[in-house]
Design a protein around this ligand. Structure first.
Ligand code: NAI
Length: 251
């Protein structure tokens, strides 16, 4: 680990991109990284509109409308950070979706949408930034997986597969990024109280809540603080890991 120059602002001088930052876990990650001194580029789909501007304004950051599944998403992001900041230090691949259906009723549209946002986009964004030399030495990539990617979940074969794939990405990319002085780690949240989980049926929600060691739903800050650790110089010797947050007790 490396002691930060300013203990109160361990990310001072760093530039961070957080995808899916308009609301939920991503919005809190953006706030925490800004609190720690980073300039945060909050990215989300163009339809996120006002909510995205609100996140960015609150933290004196930049709002970047960006659909991570667009063919030119990586190129656009690389161009933005290179032109404005000369590069980027921290990428948080947080944007994610669910399209739940029991396996018998699963269809290609749901399968492909979830794999596209949750798995292919994080891989392509990192590839494009590396190919364009936009990811700086000393940097960190943090991918948001899920405990559904460790143990699976009923009705979520597409989602669980995408999140297991994210763990595979971390394993595969850790040695590659190490050559560039960049770490890559994943957080695997359990049940966190957001709009995504508010859509889950009540009984399933209660099971999710009880999987937390505190026997209640986790908060977005629980995930954001773990991401902040992986983003900070304190973890520059830590790569290739998956940390469960609020979902440990039954798995
Ligand atoms: P959310 O639905 O509240 O927020 C997700 C954000 O991602 C939204 O602002 C949405 O507009 C954005 N997004 C979706 N598709 C996008 C795209 N193509 N390009 C750019 N942005 C896009 O969800 P929540 O709960 O905050 O989840 C954030 C991440 O955490 C996701 O990856 C999710 O899978 C993961 N997660 C959430 C858990 C929970 O209990 N809430 C548990 C485990 C993982």
């Amino acid at each position: 680990a490396q002691a930060p120059e300013d203990w109160d602002k361990p990310l001072a001088g760093k530039v961070a991109v957080v995808t899916g930052a308009a609301r939920g876990i991503g919005a809190t990650i953006a706030e925490v990284l800004a609190r720690d001194g980073a300039h945060v580029i909050a990215a989300d789909i163009p339809a996120a509109g006002e909510a995205l501007s609100e996140t960015a304004n609150k933290i004196n950051g930049t709002a970047l409308p960006l659909d991570v599944t667009a063919d030119d998403a990586g190129a656009k992001l690389a161009e933005h950070v290179t032109e404005r900041h000369g590069g980027v230090d921290i990428i948080v691949n947080n944007a994610g979706i669910t399209r739940d259906k029991l396996l018998a009723n699963m269809d290609d549209a749901r399968w492909n949408a979830v794999i596209g946002v949750n798995l292919i986009a994080p891989q392509r964004l990192v590839d494009e930034l590396v190919a364009r030399d936009a990811l700086r030495k000393g940097g960190a990539v943090i991918d948001v997986s899920s405990i559904a990617g460790i143990a699976g979940n009923r009705g979520q074969t597409n989602y669980g597969t995408s999140k297991a794939g994210v763990i595979g990405l971390v394993d595969a990319y850790a040695p590659i990024l190490a050559k560039k002085g960049v770490t890559i780690n994943a957080v695997a949240p359990g049940f966190i109280e957001t709009a995504m989980t508010a859509a889950i049926p009540l009984a399933t929600r209660e099971v999710g809540r009880r999987m937390n060691s505190l026997q209640q739903g986790g908060q977005t800050i629980d995930v954001a603080e773990t991401v902040a650790y992986f983003a900070s110089p304190a973890s520059n010797a830590v790569s290739g890991n998956v940390v469960r947050v609020c979902g440990q007790s039954l798995l």
